[in-house]
Design a protein around this ligand. Structure first.
Ligand code: PLP
Length: 384
């Protein structure tokens, strides 16, 4: 059987053995409910506290600021809708939200829902490299602005936004700042004491942890209205018995990623440069997003072909044992363009087709140098 080369780590990652090892005893030896007062319950409570401490150390924040959720989508929803619902009841004049058209759908969709319910929304555009304009952000803030939600790194093109400056702008105007860090946490430095962030989302399965588990950082004293009711777990923001095996798993995954951060960045930057050097001179191919690779998530390359749609490219690579992904999506009406790639070329009609033809390579922990040359050869043969 052909070896598979997995380079779709922005979609999901393989759970690493150390994480599985940390989780297994929780199923069998530490099955108690962390809210129970007996010995089994207290054992579970200790693991829960330890996991929260591990995560808070990795992010440099207080352990009381960590809320475990069911994933990135839930973290984003609790952050955005929880704050909006709270403001509606307590500060109704704050009815303006600022976000960006290239956010993940788990940010865009809840904000669209709020827009339908009467919130005013400013949808910031991006330049051709995928960056928002900080002056435009600052100018968009009014006395009615409640929240700015801007992702740390984009899931398709890997663009890293300047969250330090965004946080400072928001803080100076007394506006809350939520950052979706699902694609950046554990992959580039992220220090909550060095940044003025109020809410931040992380997902387990993007960092070699389990699926269906996430983290929401909620700054102490920040008020949110829960979206679910029926328990006081996780400060009431995520009621219900805690998913302890996965909580232990995500904490282990994040701890390892932060420990390995520098070495991983070096490795993935090297691979990213190597792949880029191999393919960037190919005819009929465009790099989507910034050519400054340092401003992309390590290991991310996103390209479009002139004459080949993204799904066809993905399927052809798949036949060669390479797992990558396209930004376009099949729907009943045909192929839907990638909204992220579309956003890069809003001012240039002649480039719009690129949104149908994009291919994302996202390298990760388990890739080796030899994979890169095989991927490059496969892309070259796609073009030929
Ligand atoms: C930037 C971003 N935010 C949020 C999510 C949603 O995370 P989850 O799959 O854990 O719900 C994803 C997943 O692709 C993502 O890339």
């Amino acid at each position: 059987m052909k070896n598979i080369i997995y380079c779709d780590n922005a979609a999901t990652t393989k759970t690493r053995p150390e994480v599985i090892e940390s989780m297994l005893p929780v199923f069998s030896d530490c099955f108690g409910n962390a809210s129970s007062l007996h010995k089994e319950g207290q054992k579970a409570k200790k693991l829960l506290d330890n996991a929260r401490n591990t995560v808070s150390k990795a992010l440099n924040c207080e352990s009381s600021e960590i809320v475990f959720t069911s994933g990135g989508t839930e973290s984003n929803n609790i952050a955005i809708c929880g704050l909006a619902d709270w403001a509606k009841e307590n500060e109704p004049s704050k009815n303006h939200i600022i976000t960006c058209i290239t956010e993940h759908s788990s940010v865009r969709q809840p904000i669209k829902e709020l827009e339908q319910k009467g919130f005013k929304v400013t949808w910031l555009k991006v330049n051709q490299e995928g960056f928002i304009n900080l002056e435009e952000l600052e100018k968009s803030i009014t006395e009615k602005t409640l929240l700015v939600s801007i992702m740390h790194a984009n899931n398709e093109i890997g663009t890293i936004q300047d969250i330090k400056s965004i946080g400072e702008i928001c803080n100076s105007k007394s506006v809350f700042f939520h950052a979706d860090a699902v694609q950046s946490a554990g992959k580039i430095p992220l220090d909550l004491k060095q940044n003025k962030i109020d809410l931040l989302s992380i997902s387990g399965h993007k960092i070699y942890g389990p699926k269906g588990i996430g983290i929401l950082y909620v700054k102490n004293n920040l008020k949110l209205k829960p979206l679910l009711f029926g328990g006081s777990q996780e400060r009431g923001f995520k009621p219900g018995t805690e998913n302890l095996p996965s909580i232990v798993g995500i904490a282990k995954a994040l701890e390892l990623k932060v420990l390995e951060l520098e070495a991983e960045i070096l490795k993935l930057r090297k691979f990213q440069n190597l792949l880029f050097t191999e393919i960037f001179k190919l005819p009929n191919m465009v790099l989507n997003g910034t050519p400054d690779l340092e401003k992309r998530i390590p290991g991310n390359i996103n390209i479009s072909f002139q004459n080949l749609d993204g799904d066809a490219a993905t399927m052809k690579l798949n036949l060669n044992g390479i797992c990558a992904s396209s930004g376009s999506a099949c729907s009943e009406g045909g192929i839907e363009p990638s909204p992220v790639i579309e956003a890069l070329y809003l001012n240039d009609n002649s480039q719009k087709y690129l949104a149908y033809n994009s291919l994302r390579i996202s390298l990760g922990l388990f890739n080796e140098e030899k994979d890169i040359l095989i991927i490059a050869e496969a892309i070259k043969s796609l073009i030929n």
